[in-house]
Write a protein that binds this ligand. Structure first.
Ligand code: PMP
Length: 406
């Protein structure tokens, strides 16, 4: 993959005398000039409220918004552009599915099956569906490395109506057997909801090949701007669902006492839309396509393998989940004996290294593993082997700075 570092001005930032090493990409990624310029160009020359007026600026903003939707359709290989709904983020997309599908299609006796490692947005949402409908939330607990076990898969049975899971876990970083899980869901008549927040930025996405019913992701984790997310859903399901939010643009005709709704995708896009975000997402998609998703995956694999090998040689470091880089994206969660993850992140920050600390929005997994909090290093296209080596050099100093002798 070509060196992209010059495209990202923020990587030149110096903190505490060190050039910043940004390893918090699973939280959000940095933005290349191509994306920054696309937003500026929209705001300088084409800004208007799309689909709202006959004037040139509304028309231009509308065209750019529509083009962004087409770019998303191409990027995830959706059959129809009508199946691409713009939302604020993965969280909103999952809430939409939970409210507009889950709460209306489930009842007592039904099951929702999810892995214990899910992000809160793909977990709390289902808790409420269960509270509202009387359905049961059932967990697949995974083995120590984070793989599904045969007992996990047996939980997907004839009572199951929804199987929801991340294509890549934000804690384990493991690539899930998406096609197998979707097929398992379909075999019992359940719908499959795939959270692509941590997979879409890092590998090729093909919703038709996965055959999932819903697929969701966030723009800000793939070089786009905050406040943009995507919900893909199979047309027949979306057409059958009630809108999540009500208001302008999502209507066909409003009378005093009742309303008919707009067609897809507008039925689910109430209110003035985030055109900057959509334009940024299109620019981000074009940027990633130009690099090539396979190349991106390969680049991250090199960094992950190098980092995992190096970390395993450092005493007092404990890696969470599989240490096999071939089944992971560039997400490495770990703990350090005797050091609170927040202290570890603060010490690493003093060397200019940005890693995440906390429960990573996966508290039930933490409780299950008995690990309340951990650190997470996560890579993206602009990270280098030199940065990984710098991280490996500084990591042993964390305990030293805490006063430990070894
Ligand atoms: N799912 C996963 C797997 C995630 O990693 C995240 C973000 N950390 C989310 C969902 C939620 O994404 P957002 O905050 O953009 O809605």
């Amino acid at each position: 993959m070509r060196n992209v570092r010059n495209d990202f001005p923020i990587l030149k930032k110096v903190h505490n005398g060190h050039q910043i090493v940004y390893f918090d990409n699973a939280a959000t990624t940095q933005k290349p000039l191509q994306v920054i310029h696309a937003i500026v160009e929209l705001l300088e020359y084409h800004n208007g409220n799309p689909h709202r007026g006959a004037h040139i600026l509304s028309v231009e903003a509308g065209t750019l918004y529509d083009e962004a939707r087409l770019a998303v359709q191409r990027f995830i290989h959706a059959p129809s552009v009508d199946e691409i709904i713009f939302v604020r983020n993965t969280t909103e997309a999952l809430n939409l599915i939970a409210r507009s599908y889950g709460e209306t299609h489930l009842q007592k006796g039904d099951k929702i099956v999810i892995p214990i490692s899910e992000h809160h947005s793909n977990l709390v949402t289902w808790q409420r569906v269960c509270a509202e409908t009387g359905a049961e939330l059932v967990y697949m607990y995974l083995d120590e490395a984070g793989h599904f076990t045969p007992e996990d898969l047996e939980k997907i049975d004839e009572h199951t109506k929804i199987v929801a899971f991340a294509a890549v876990s934000n804690v384990y970083g493991m690539k899930r057997p998406v096609k197998e899980l979707v097929a398992k869901a379909h075999a019992v008549g359940a719908v499959a909801v795939v959270d692509g927040a941590q997979s879409t930025p890092h590998m090729k996405t093909d919703v038709q090949d996965m055959d999932c019913d819903f697929y969701v992701f966030s723009g800000h984790k793939m070089c786009g701007s905050a406040g943009t997310g995507v919900l893909y859903g199979k047309k027949a399901l979306l057409e059958d669902m009630e809108p999540f939010l009500l208001g302008g643009d999502m209507i066909e005709y409003v009378a005093e006492q009742q309303t008919t709704y707009n067609v897809l995708p507008y039925k689910f896009e109430a209110g003035s839309q985030n055109v900057e975000g959509a334009v940024a997402l299109k620019a981000a998609i074009e940027y990633l396509e130009d690099l090539g998703m396979e190349e991106i995956e390969r680049h991250e694999h090199v960094l992950t393998a190098r980092c995992l090998t190096g970390m395993q040689k450092i005493p007092h470091i404990h890696l969470i989940g599989s240490t096999d880089a071939s089944e992971k994206t560039g997400v490495i969660s770990f703990t350090i004996d005797g050091v609170h993850p927040h202290d570890a992140a603060t010490i690493l920050d003093s060397f200019g290294i940005a890693v995440r600390s906390g429960h990573h929005c996966a508290q039930p997994l933490g409780a299950h593993l008995g690990i309340e909090a951990s650190n997470r290093a996560s890579f993206y296209i602009y990270n280098t082997e030199e940065e990984v080596d710098y991280f490996l050099e500084k990591l042993p100093l964390v305990r030293k700075q805490m006063g430990y002798k070894d």
